[in-house]
Design a protein around this ligand. Structure first.
Ligand code: ZN
Length: 330
């Protein structure tokens, strides 16, 4: 029987902390005896999601992860969370190619839990979902802009160590940090690339186009997380197009965190990418936290006249081709 929602979709940019159904997360929290700040389920939902019409600053948005990351900080919780996201993406949106990213070091209570146990549990959650649903999926380890170089190096080394067991790529994410420079990380991402991992980096989201330029120059990414502000520089756009770097655009996320002025500006950015033939795909960033689905993001893109239905199909093909789950794109 065909999936009731129709075509199969690919999603490349989803954070574990923003993607677990609140009811599942509520269950996981209670199962582990975590003392939540509220005993009221709906207050809890409010604590970990953004309201439909609400707008948050980029920092406020990242603060929502505090509770979800804490609840996910045990092997059992990570396994259940990954399982929920991968299986839920199939059921709720017919996503059959999925990359799920998270930072294992934000799930081990500052070293209290063994990092390898957390990682293996996430792989187990992934495998369980793959056994049950017709999905291809992989994990991406996110480094963090506020972590030390040594911490991020551990994350890259772990991604390499688990490369043949479900980890397909590495990322850089997290809050802004004035002491952080992409450039410093060139050796680490080179090592990851050499080991066969895909490289995607958050840039040009809360930062200007310069951040994307720095990432392209020093980290040689296959893809950029968001990257929308790259649209403000034509020569950078040309470079992205020449190198075939795909931008993972997350419309609702950008509108909520106000890293774009509004739908019109986002539309102008997308138009610039189309003009310069920059590849991009649409993503949710975290469907549960943002109370959206990939299907809703695609509808929004067509309704807002950012892309036609035909262009949407093309973006879906690009997303699939740029996915790390079938091996790094050549
Ligand atoms: Zn992201």
């Amino acid at each position: 029987m065909p999936h009731p929602l129709g075509d199969e979709l690919t999603e490349l940019h989803v954070h574990l902390g923003g993607s677990v159904d609140p009811a599942a997360l509520w269950g996981i929290a209670h199962e582990q005896g975590i003392r939540l700040p509220t005993k009221d389920y709906w207050e809890f939902v409010d604590l970990i999601t953004v309201g439909k019409r609400e707008r948050k600053s980029f920092e406020d948005f990242l603060a929502l992860y505090r509770w979800t990351e804490l609840i996910q900080s045990s092997p059992v919780a990570v396994e259940e969370s990954v399982y929920e996201v991968v299986s839920g993406a199939y059921r709720k949106a017919n996503i059959t190619t999925l990359e799920l990213r998270y930072n294992p070091m934000k799930r081990n209570r500052g070293g209290e839990r063994d990092l390898d146990r957390i990682i293996v549990a996430s792989i187990r959650g992934l495998e369980r979902a793959l056994l049950e649903y017709p999905v291809t999926a992989g994990l991406i380890f996110s480094c963090d802009r506020t972590f030390s170089y040594a911490q991020n190096e551990i994350l890259i080394d772990k991604a390499i160590a688990y490369r043949d067991r479900g980890v397909v790529g590495v990322d850089m994410a997290g809050p802004a940090n004035p002491d952080f420079h992409y450039k410093d990380y060139a050796p680490l991402y080179r090592k990851a690339r050499k080991a066969g991992l895909g490289v995607t980096i958050h840039a040009g989201e809360d930062e200007g186009w310069q951040s994307v330029e720095e990432v392209v120059e020093y980290l040689e990414p296959d893809r950029i997380g968001h990257g929308i502000h790259a649209a403000e520089n034509a020569s950078l756009c040309k470079r992205l197009a020449e190198r075939g770097i795909l931008l993972e655009i997350c419309p609702s996320s950008n509108l909520h965190t106000q890293v774009v002025k509004g739908p019109d500006e986002l539309g102008e950015f997308i138009a610039a990418f189309k003009r310069h033939k920059v590849r991009f795909s649409f993503n949710t960033d975290g469907p549960e936290m943002l109370q959206t689905t990939l299907r809703e993001e695609l509808k929004l893109a067509v309704r807002s006249d950012w892309v036609t239905k035909e262009e949407l199909v093309q973006r879906g093909e690009w997303a699939k081709a740029a996915s790390f789950v079938h091996g790094r794109p050549s």
